[in-house]
Design a protein around this ligand. Structure first.
Ligand SMILES: Nc1ncnc2c1ncn2[C@@H]1O[C@H](COP(=O)(O)OP(=O)(O)OP(=O)(O)O)[C@@H](O)[C@H]1O
Ligand SMILES: [Zn+2]
Length: 738
């Protein structure tokens, strides 16, 4: 036993710090003072750190739990310095942090860091205002200014600014009254940051099919137990309206609801719709949320004051005291995968979070992932479906433009058929959209005399020309340089030519074809901010735009009633690269883009420009038979135990030279596990063999579904020493194979 300075009994508490230690550290605290979840300040060397009192037991399954730490003797422990005046980190979030850390082989502190970044936990300063003090007025020299203040003051505190404005007196007068005790300070009553959404504000009239789906989801919410339901529905079927009913049920139960969207910063149409349905804006959570707003939002959520949070995947780490429902919209989106730092899949982790919090989860998509469909098939997830578009809208007619038979003119990218369709759309006074998932002017710049290709000095990638900015840029590392006048390799003059299209080039071509059309270009680099996006959306909705040209950001859930034609400039684009999910992802993306056409009364059409007309992806899109396509996908992945029928983990080895990378990769390859039901592929150069100046090699571990990869990886990497130039990144369930 040990005593604190005050003679109280001190006990061992374990504190997780937001730092890359393998386990929590032990400290001393007066007995009975702190409980798991409390945020405390502790000494660490000479520094002071904020940490979270952690639990000694955990719910991480034994098959991937890390080894426990050795215990330090009580006599050597340091006492905690104090407790922060903040709501505790709830137990379900603590379990989630442990789980995610063990699953992704990340030190748990780095996962905690996502929940309690310093900017979240700084206490918000209490603002003070003025009320009448206890001192009576006898003996007070009552000037006219002072009288005005006394007339203005009441029981509700008024800020200095409000009071001086109301009375026209100077702050000095207030100070004088305060020192006489006639005024005193009191905390200002601040309106809650998020007014409660009203479940009955504006409920929609649901169709029978929608009503059934909504009831099913709401029942799940009322049961307040873990369970996953896939809400599948064709584009424009009202999936959002339907899951809003589940949100309403969650609100009625007095619980908090989390909605994850893949591209939240751009989702202004979504938040507007929410406001129309529930009367107030939801709380937003994403990486672009600025400092003060971020802190206030965090506090409002921690205090249970924000009832509905719509966020990016990082919202999974928010300290909801009373979570009731998690919804993942566009669940098939690979944007849910975090690729940097702690790598995790937002959709998968949303389900883990729901399970650990014992609340229902709803996955929403028009084109569910094979992972999710497999879980439906084996009965782990429930399934509700919306088969038709809302109201009179019908699904668009999707046609293939065979670029081998009717190609565009040389140096152009829009086929005569697509150009004619756009003209016809304009003649009908309707809007059109061109989709090409490539920013900039041209993906490759080549020397006509010597064949030299302009490449990034830091990455094995071509430089993309951005003509508007007169730059060649690398989309991987951000390197940029001016377009040279002569070829850097052979000095030939004016020999560099742009090869292939980006959206800037399609814009240039569209201007030639349609000089009078009002064209808007939408790409993440031209419309990064939410306000710019909102303005673009307004212009399209208000019919100030005839033709939208954009990258994948135009595919997202937009709803423009007069948009009736979608042209996909290069439907084959996503199919190269040998990525496991290339075909699946292409179908999902193009289906979603196609779904922007004809969403209201006027019928829509989609033209897919392709050189691969016989490809299963094109067939699936033209026949609109997603199910048949996914059955084929499944049949292809099953025999080789590719996900979701097996598990994958990638090891990315990187070093500052090719030799060092090869050496380290070979070392790992030589000690690769040889176990039943597992296989190691590689080492091989990563598709981006050089990225930001680092040479990269990849090893892929593939196991049967019933074999956990974590213990295998732990054993494989145990004792591997790395020099400061070497690195091994682990990616469990990799999505991108770059
Ligand atoms: N019952 C309803 N009453 C009124 N409007 C509805 C109803 N159902 C759907 N809508 C409207 O139809 C349009 C399409 O619905 P919504 O955006 O929810 O479909 P979605 O299935 O989410 O589409 P997508 O997958 O293409 O994004 C929206 O403008 C929506 O407000
Ligand atoms: Zn680069």
């Amino acid at each position: 036993m040990k005593l604190t300075a005050d003679g109280e009994r001190a006990v061992r508490v374990s504190v997780l710090l937001p730092l890359p230690f393998p386990t929590p550290l032990d400290y001393l605290a007066p007995e009975g003072r702190v409980s798991p979840g409390d945020l405390v300040s502790v000494p660490l060397g000479r520094r002071q750190e904020t940490g979270c009192v952690w639990d000694t037991q955990s719910d991480v399954p034994a098959d991937f739990a890390p080894a426990p730490a050795r215990e330090v003797a009580l006599a050597r422990l340091k006492p905690i310095l104090g407790q922060l005046d903040l709501p505790p980190i709830p137990a379900d979030l603590r379990r989630f942090i442990d789980w995610l850390a063990a699953y992704t082989l990340t030190p748990p502190g780095l996962v905690l860091a996502m929940a309690i970044r310093a900017r979240h936990t700084q206490p918000t300063r209490v603002q003070l205002g003025w009320i009448r003090g206890e001192a009576d007025l006898a003996g007070l020299r009552l000037t006219e200014a002072r009288q005005r203040v006394l007339d203005a003051i009441g029981d509700v505190p008024l800020s200095t600014a409000a009071l001086t404005e109301k009375t026209g007196v100077s702050p000095a007068v207030l100070r004088g009254l305060a020192s006489a005790g006639v005024l005193k300070e009191a905390p200002l009553v601040v309106a809650p940051l998020f007014a409660p959404p009203d479940a009955g504000f504006h409920p929609p009239h649901l169709s029978e099919e929608q009503r059934e789906a909504a009831d099913h989801l709401s029942e799940g919410v009322k049961a307040h137990r873990f369970g996953v339901t896939l809400l599948e529905g064709v584009t424009g079927s009202g999936k959002t309206e339907v899951y809003f009913e589940a949100v309403a049920a969650c609100l009625a139960a007095g619980r908090q609801c989390l909605v994850l969207l893949p591209e939240i910063a751009l989702s202004t149409q979504w938040t507007d719709r929410f406001a129309r349905r529930f009367g107030v804006q939801p709380a937003l959570w994403h990486s672009e949320l600025g400092g003060k707003k971020r802190r206030e939002t965090w506090h409002a959520i921690a205090q249970g004051q924000a009832a509905v949070v719509v966020g990016a995947r990082s919202a999974l780490f928010l300290p909801f005291p009373d979570l009731g429902l998690i919804i993942v919209d566009e669940e098939h989106e690979s944007a849910f995968k975090q690729e940097e730092g702690v790598t995790y899949h937002g959709r998968d982790m949303a389900i883990v979070r729901a399970r650990l919090s014992d609340v229902p989860a709803i996955l929403v998509s028009a084109t569910p992932s094979l992972e999710t469909l497999t879980n439906v098939e084996n009965g782990r997830y429930q399934h509700v479906t919306l088969h038709s578009r809302h109201g009179n809208a019908t699904l668009p007619d999707v046609r293939l433009v065979d670029m081998r038979r009717a190609p565009p003119e040389r140096g152009q990218f829009l086929s005569p058929e697509l150009v004619a369709a756009i003209s016809a759309t304009f003649e009908r006074q309707e809007q059109a959209m061109l989709f090409l998932n490539r920013r900039g002017y041209a993906p490759l710049t080549l020397c006509r005399s010597c064949g030299h290709r302009m490449e990034c000095p830091n990455c094995s990638a071509w430089l993309v020309e951005h003509r508007a900015r007169q730059m060649l840029t690398c989309h991987h590392c951000g390197h940029h340089e001016a377009l040279p006048e002569t070829c850097p390799s052979c000095d030939a003059e004016a020999s560099l030519v742009a090869i292939g299209p980006g959206i800037e080039r399609v814009h240039e071509e569209a201007r030639l074809h349609f000089p009078d059309a009002r064209i808007l270009v939408m790409a993440s680099d031209t419309l990064g901010s939410p306000s710019a996006t909102a303005e673009a959306v307004r212009r399209i909705s208000d019919r100030e735009i005839d033709l939208v040209i954009g990258t994948q950001i135009v595919a997202k859930g937009w709803h423009f009633p007069d948009l009736t034609l979608v042209g996909v400039v290069d439907a084959d684009l996503g199919l190269g690269g040998g990525d496991l999910r290339a075909a699946e992802r292409t179908v999902q993306l193009l289906h979603q883009v196609s779904g922007r056409a004809g969403r209201a009364d006027k019928p829509g059409a989609v033209l897919l420009q392709s050189y691969l007309g016989d490809h299963p992806v094109m067939k699936a899109l033209v026949s609109n038979d997603y199910q048949a396509f996914m059955e084929q996908e499944s049949a292809q992945r099953k025999p080789g135990f590719w996900p979701p029928y097996g598990r994958l983990a990638a090891l990315i080895v990187s070093a500052d030279s090719a030799e060092a990378a090869d050496r380290l990769a070979a070392k790992l390859g030589a000690r690769a596990p040889e176990l039943p039901g597992t296989q190691v592929l590689g080492p091989a150069p990563a598709p981006l063999a050089i990225l930001r100046g680092r040479h990269r090699r990849r090893l892929l571990l593939r196991t049967r579904r019933n074999v956990a990869v974590q213990p295998i990886l732990r054993q494989w990497l145990e004792g591997v020493k790395l020099s400061s130039h070497e690195r091994i990144d682990i990616d469990i369930d990799p999505i991108s194979f770059l």
